[in-house]
Design a protein around this ligand. Structure first.
Ligand SMILES: [Zn+2]
Ligand SMILES: [Zn+2]
Length: 297
């Protein structure tokens, strides 16, 4: 019997808010028996080259990706973009705008925390974010942990940093439907990340919302994710089947930055992965862009 190919399509390195450098992330995946790995840092492709070099060295198949901060019907939503041309100007501009929003948000977040009697300065956060292209809430959370204000990132989000929380500051996010189109025009393909994650309240991403996105060209939906319970997974799986969306599963690994998200804790079936790669190939051909290939395939 041939052992199944293990595929994890959603992981983060320290170029965004993971705690592992890209090369170490690939080595970690290899050690955990992952055959196909996607690197999907938030709003950046910074880690792609380092991860690709490590993947070639170790014989891991690497899918270059990005997890893009979007907005849909007033809600923050994460969109996984796979294999887009990272030099496509409209994509470059949107990512720059999102990262700018992240950077300008930090002083406002720290001011809100000061108002709550918690004094953190920018240098503390900069140290926590060493290696990342933008300092963000997870790094603020790390400082709160280091100062003993909270026990872990989870608690920092629950008590202070979550959407609507006492230290929350709104920031720019791309329009979700427009971004599905932009990624396709860049020769890539999109999967909606953890649409029903418990921390968020995505009433907008019901069957009708997902149908709208499928119509816009969304290729798939991340069903098997730690933030979805068994009932949510089943319901999402049914909707995906109904709308002919590809189902994925992934860890959303962040190194030490996220508990209970060990690499490979959820995986994607090989036929689903192959369908996604075929869709990306078709998008690349239709766009005329020189989209990246899967590394080591
Ligand atoms: Zn996410
Ligand atoms: Zn993620």
């Amino acid at each position: 019997m041939v052992s199944p190919v293990r595929i994890d399509l959603h992981t983060h390195s320290d170029r965004s808010d993971g705690t592992t450098p890209p090369a170490d992330l690939v080595a970690h995946a290899h050690a955990f028996g992952i055959d196909v790995l996607a690197l999907t840092d938030h709003d950046t492709t910074e880690g792609w080259a380092e991860a690709a070099a490590a993947a070639r060295r170790l014989g891991v198949t690497l899918v270059p990706g990005i997890e893009i901060s979007c907005r849909f019907a007033g809600h923050g939503v994460h969109l996984l973009a796979y294999l887009p041309d990272p030099t496509f100007p409209p994509l470059v501009e949107e990512l720059a705008r999102i990262l700018d929003g992240r950077r300008s948000r930090l002083p406002a977040t720290l001011a809100k925390l000061r108002g709550l009697g918690i004094d953190i300065d920018t240098d503390d956060v900069r140290r926590a974010a060493a290696g990342a292209v933008a300092m963000g809430r997870p790094h603020v959370a790390d400082v709160l942990v280091a100062k003993g204000v909270v026990r872990n990132r989870e608690e920092a989000f629950d008590l202070f940093l979550r959407t609507g929380g006492p230290a929350y500051v709104e920031r720019y996010a791309a329009d979700l439907v427009a971004m599905v189109h932009t990624v396709a025009a860049a020769g890539g393909m999109t999967v909606l990340a953890h649409p029903w994650a418990s921390r968020h309240h995505h009433e907008a991403l019901d069957r009708d919302g997902l149908a709208r996105l499928a119509e816009a060209g969304l290729a798939g939906v991340e069903v098997d994710h730690q933030d979805h319970d068994a009932a949510a997974r089943q319901r999402l799986r049914d909707i995906a089947a109904d709308l002919d969306l590809v189902v994925t599963g992934s860890s959303d690994y962040h190194g030490a930055g996220k508990l209970d998200h060990e690499i490979g804790c959820n995986t994607t079936a090989q036929d689903c992965y192959e369908r996604l790669v075929a869709l990306a190939r078709a998008a690349a051909a239709a766009s005329g862009r020189s989209a990246p290939a899967v590394v080591g395939a």
